[in-house]
Design a protein around this ligand. Structure first.
Ligand code: F6P
Length: 360
């Protein structure tokens, strides 16, 4: 029997726990409508070379709800508008995407991704592709949605890591400084910092000084338990200073690779306070593992809503969580700005009320 509609689904950008829950929800709710779903591999790159595109079957989605990563694969270099053809050569391949979309006889496309993928989705929508989006990122920095799936799992992982760091900090009377992801937003550091009992939280939204951080550390040794835990977002920066970068932006990539701030902070603390300090970078552990219940549920709700948007012909929108409901928000809103921690956040106030220092 001919399916009533044929849609494609892809995942773009960095992986995040909950991607498979979204894919499963998209596929299952499409099947309920007797639609066919084609899986597109490696983000938008999968629409340049159709060799790997194929219908998703029962065995593809069985048991994936609790799996990390994405069964479709992903890339954060797959921008068809700036496609890297090897070396430094960049070519606009978006016309080929449109052509292949038609060749596959697709009625619509679901793009699951962060700000980069949603920007591509918006441009493809302007080129005539009926496309809907589902926001994804552990960084929680996509505007228009209160929370992105993946964030809760990443915060749980970072909190657990802080719990474990307490052992060494306490036993050796050390300062332990942990760096977490989040790019230009401090959501992961702020939430896990409070939940994991950090004494200092450094986020991009609040530039810090080492003198202020050192003051808090001295307090912990002079009037406190004699050890300290510091968490810093990879995008945190000294007042008047620059982001600490691991690798400059490469051709075809959207951002520079951040990294190294924890080391800088730990050595600064040791120098200013004389207290033995160690740093670590939690890194990609935050992107891995089974999604939490919250992320599975959110991913599922967003995936179902993506299908509802297609059914309603609401293209150029992404599904978004605006509690208590999942709604749809135009791509423009999602990509207009990076969602940062607001200065008047009650979460920051709560942290300050506990005596946590932001180094400001
Ligand atoms: O945007 C998600 C994210 O994990 C950021 O927090 C981090 O800066 C970046 O991706 C790391 O990207 P990559 O996996 O390419 O190193």
């Amino acid at each position: 029997m001919k399916p009533k509609k044929r849609i494609g689904v892809l995942t773009g950008g960095g992986d995040a726990p909950g991607l498979n829950a979204v894919i499963r929800a998209v596929v299952k709710s499409a099947w309920m409508r007797e639609w066919e779903v084609l899986g597109i591999r490696q983000g938008f790159d999968g629409l340049l070379d159709l060799a790997t595109v194929r219908p998703l079957e029962h065995e593809d989605i069985a048991g994936i709800l609790k799996l990390g990563g994405t069964i479709l694969g992903t890339t954060n270099r797959g921008n068809p508008f700036q496609h890297s053809t090897g070396g430094k050569k960049i070519k606009d391949q978006s016309d080929l995407v449109v052509k292949n979309f038609k060749k596959l006889k697709l009625d619509a496309l679901v793009a699951i991704g962060g700000d980069g993928s949603l920007t591509i989705a918006q441009k493809l929508y302007q080129k005539g592709i009926p496309i809907v989006g589902v926001p994804k990122t552990i960084d929680n920095d996509v505007a228009g949605t209160v929370i992105t799936f993946g964030f809760d799992t990443a915060v749980s992982t970072a909190t657990e890591a802080l719990d474990k760091l307490h052992s060494t900090a306490q036993s050796h009377q050390r300062v332990m400084v942990m760096e977490v992801m989040g790019r230009y937003a401090g959501w992961i550091a702020l939430h896990s910092g409070i939940a994991g009992g950090a004494d200092v939280i450094l986020i991009p939204e609040i530039p810090f000084t080492l003198a202020s951080v050192a003051k808090k550390i001295r307090e912990r040794y002079e009037n406190g338990p004699g050890f300290a835990i510091v968490i810093c977002a990879e995008g945190a920066a000294l007042k008047g200073g620059n982001l600490v970068i691991k690798e400059k932006r490469q051709a075809g990539r959207e951002h520079a690779r951040l990294g190294g701030i924890a080391e800088l902070v730990a050595s600064g603390i040791q120098r200013l306070t004389g207290r033995e300090s160690r740093s670590l970078v939690l890194g990609h552990l935050q992107r891995g593992g089974e999604p939490t219940t919250f992320d599975r549920l959110l991913g599922t709700r967003l995936g179902v809503h993506a299908i509802e948007m297609i059914e309603a012909g609401r293209f150029g929108y992404m599904a978004a969580l605006n509690p208590p409901n999942v709604t749809s928000v135009p791509f423009e809103k999602a990509i207009s700005a990076t969602k940062k921690v607001p200065a008047d956040s009650d979460v920051i106030r709560a942290a300050k009320a506990l005596g946590i220092s932001f180094g400001d």
